[in-house]
Ligand binder design. Structure first.
Ligand SMILES: Cc1cc2nc3c(=O)[nH]c(=O)nc-3n(C[C@H](O)[C@H](O)[C@H](O)COP(=O)(O)O)c2cc1C
Length: 178
């Protein structure tokens, strides 16, 4: 699938219908995130792929919203404690580079899931402590996001509700800058 088609077709699925996602496809989806860029190539992530019970049910429960119970797999994205070069750069520049890196990697995950024909939802609402306990993730790490993946109950691509282009971007001429 062409990138722009994947961007248009990716949407948050909140009605999964069960079924499985093959390990090959899950690997390909994580591979897309593995290749994502990151500040000073720090790669501050670990992707925990969960596609089997009992862990799958425990993860679904920690995700709070009940639609996740019908998802086929989850990718829990652990943000590792930042390594020295990225930490120094982030401190000097006052930029949350690791969180930015995680966001980019998650975009790769979600778009790759769409390109492979799966429905997905990025989830930021979950019990972080429970997820860490369930998956044995150290307390020093953060989990900001989980991707639920599966098969959509309805295939229709919804119209995107977004601000119009002219409200979110401008071509800047030097005369516009005071
Ligand atoms: C960081 C982040 C956290 C999100 N958390 C949730 C969530 O916990 N539950 C949920 O149903 N959707 C969640 N979403 C999905 C957004 O609500 C959704 O992307 C947005 O409304 C646009 O809709 P679309 O994804 O269908 O284009 C999250 C998205 C992002 C990027």
């Amino acid at each position: 699938m062409d990138l722009f088609t994947a961007i248009k077709e990716r949407q948050s699925c909140r009605q999964f219908k069960g079924g499985t996602v093959s390990r090959d496809d899950l690997e390909a989806i994580v591979e897309a995130a593995r290749l994502a860029p990151s500040a000073v190539n720090g790669q501050p992530w670990m992707f925990h792929v969960v596609d089997e019970d009992p862990l799958k049910s425990l993860v679904a429960k920690a995700l709070t919203q009940s639609f996740n119970r019908q998802a086929s797999a989850f990718i829990v994205v652990e943000m590792l404690p930042t390594k020295l070069p990225a930490r120094v750069l982030g401190a000097v520049k006052k930029q949350p580079y690791a969180a930015i890196d995680i966001g980019i990697a998650c975009a790769h995950l979600a778009l790759a899931a769409t390109a492979k024909g799966y429905a997905s939802c990025l989830i930021g609402w979950f019990k972080e402590g429970t997820l860490k306990d369930v998956l044995g993730i150290p307390k020093t790490s953060r989990i900001h996001i989980v991707l639920s993946i599966g098969h959509a109950m309805h295939d229709t691509v919804r119209e995107k509700k977004r601000k119009p282009f002219e409200k979110i971007a401008r071509f800047v001429n030097k005369d516009d800058v005071k």
